[in-house]
Every structure is written in C-alpha cells, then in structure tokens.
Design a protein around this ligand. Structure first.
Ligand SMILES: C[S@@+](CC[C@H](N)C(=O)[O-])C[C@H]1O[C@@H](n2cnc3c(N)ncnc32)[C@H](O)[C@@H]1O
Length: 261
C-alpha cells in the first residue's frame, strides 16, 4: 500500500533546499530529544526517512567510528555527503527494505503522516529495536494551525484548510501527530516522554521560510483541493516571509519510548 509522497515530483535542488529548511527549523529540538536517550559511542542507529541527512550526521558524530547509522529513504540522492563507513544508506520503501540487525536507537521525523501504511511501518520500526532500545518519533498535526488575526489572515486560513484537505484526499490524516502517543503505546513500548510543540513563529523565521517553500512546492496540489486559489497561496508565502507577520503554523508531537527488556 505505497502512498505517493507529496513532494516526490519536486525538482531535486529545490527539494534539497526545502529539506535543509526542515532541518534548520527542527534539528535543535530533535537533537535535544535524542540526547535524552543517552546515545553513546559504538551504538547502532536507524533513521527512517533520512531526507537531507543532518540527523544521520549528528548520530554519526555521537556513535563514532565503532558505531553505525543506517538511513532508509525512498530517495537517497540528498544523502551522498555521508561518505564515512559508519553510515549505511538504503534506498527504497521502508516496508520493502530488509534490515538484518537490531538497533539501540530508531528515529523518524515527519514520515508516518505521509504513509497510508503507517501502522505497518510503526510495527516494523518497533521490531527493529533491541530490547532496551529507544524509539523517538516526531510527527506533525496540521489541524492545530491557528490565526492571530482572523480578518487579515483569511488567505492563511484557506491555505491551512487546503493542506488538511490534500492529506484527507490521499487517505491520510492531517492530524496524525495527535494519534502518535497512543499508537506507540499500542505497540507495547514503554512511554518515557511525550510533547507537543506549537509552532508559533514569525515570518522569515526558519519555520516561516520552510512553510512558505513547502506551500510553493505544493501549490498545484493545494489548488486541486478547491479550498484555495493561487493568489491566496501567494499571500500565505509573502506573509510567511514577512517579519511582521505571526502565526501558529502547526504542531509537532513527539514521543520517546523504550522497548521492554
Ligand atoms: C518530510 S521529509 C522529512 C525528512 C527528514 N526526516 C527530516 O525531518 O528532516 C519525509 C522523508 O521521508 C521519506 N519517506 C516517506 N515515506 C517513506 C517510506 N515509506 N519509506 C522510506 N522513506 C520514506 C521521503 O522520501 C522524505 O525524504
């Protein structure tokens, strides 16, 4: 049940820049979360949906030459900079990739929301953990988007509606993040921490720029929902680059859990 990834047909250069914007906006919180697992030299890590590779690179710096970081993505062209032998890169859909080892740490960010087979993927992620190993997952909830000025932000509201409708039309849940803690505990893991970060940000911030680039890339798909027109997407993009304009873009829900020994 492979779902077409909404950014699959983007031009490679533009998609690399957009992935790097995600990293700039989110890596500090992700790294702080990963550090709570006590990751050490020599450990084995799995990164699903490795994107442009900044989290693999960070994991590699912690586990050192005696450790190992396996990255899986359907498209690995943005991971070529990870040339050291501690990195292993596997291209393909996660459900089709064979991994013949278990891991101390498994991480994914913004991957499950894009897959109709998220249940099977989560089960496989848990199976790949060593007993006592840690799972860290971060997924968005786009239904949490909020306006700070209802009159001025009419176009933003329509773009937010279109984002949710686009996911629903693909058989995906735009509020997937909200289900994450329950899904993880349903797999028999022990919940260590869960958190929800509302992305209240100003235009021109890493979050604002990333969301502007994402809606530019998705414009055709958003317009196809009939919830929004091109001029409203243009206004959203302008506002998201304008330092005077604030909004709640969405929310990221995170879970840190461990596999019972
Ligand atoms: C929104 S991007 C996030 C990239 C990275 N995790 C980050 O947060 O910086 C989602 C990534 O997951 C990959 N992906 C989505 N579903 C996948 C699947 N079923 N198997 C392998 N990779 C997948 C996409 O190709 C893309 O690189």
């Amino acid at each position: 049940m492979t779902t077409e990834y909404i950014f699959e047909r983007q031009q490679a250069d533009q998609e690399r820049i957009r992935l790097q914007m995600i990293e700039e906006a989110l890596d500090p919180a992700t790294i702080a979360r990963l550090q709570t697992t006590g990751l050490q030299s020599g450990a084995r890590c799995l990164e699903l949906g490795a994107g442009a590779g900044s989290i693999m690179k960070w994991m590699g710096s912690v586990v050192g030459a005696s450790g190992r970081v396996v990255g899986v993505d359907r498209d690995t062209k943005h991971l070529q900079h990870l040339a050291d032998p501690r990195f292993q890169i596997s291209e393909g859909d996660f459900l089709d990739v064979t991994l013949d080892e278990l891991f101390d740490l498994v991480h994914c960010r913004y991957v499950l929301i894009h897959n109709r087979s998220s249940v099977e993927i989560l089960t496989k992620l848990c199976q790949q953990l060593k007993p006592g190993g840690y799972l860290v997952i971060e997924e968005p909830d786009f239904t949490s988007a909020k306006l700070l000025n209802r009159t001025r932000d009419a176009a933003r509201q329509r773009v937010n509606n279109a984002i949710c409708r686009m996911f629903e039309n693909l058989g995906l849940n735009p509020g997937y993040g909200l289900e994450l803690p329950q899904k993880v505990t349903g797999e028999g893991l022990q919940l260590i921490a869960t958190d929800a970060q509302l992305h209240l940000a100003r235009g021109g911030s890493p979050m604002g720029r990333m969301m502007a680039a994402s809606q530019q890339a998705l414009a055709e798909k958003l317009i196809a929902t009939a919830e929004v027109i091109e001029a409203e997407i243009d206004e959203y993009v302008r506002d998201s680059q304008d330092i005077e304009s604030w909004a709640v873009y969405y929310c990221t829900v995170s879970v840190v859990a461990s596999k019972p020994t």
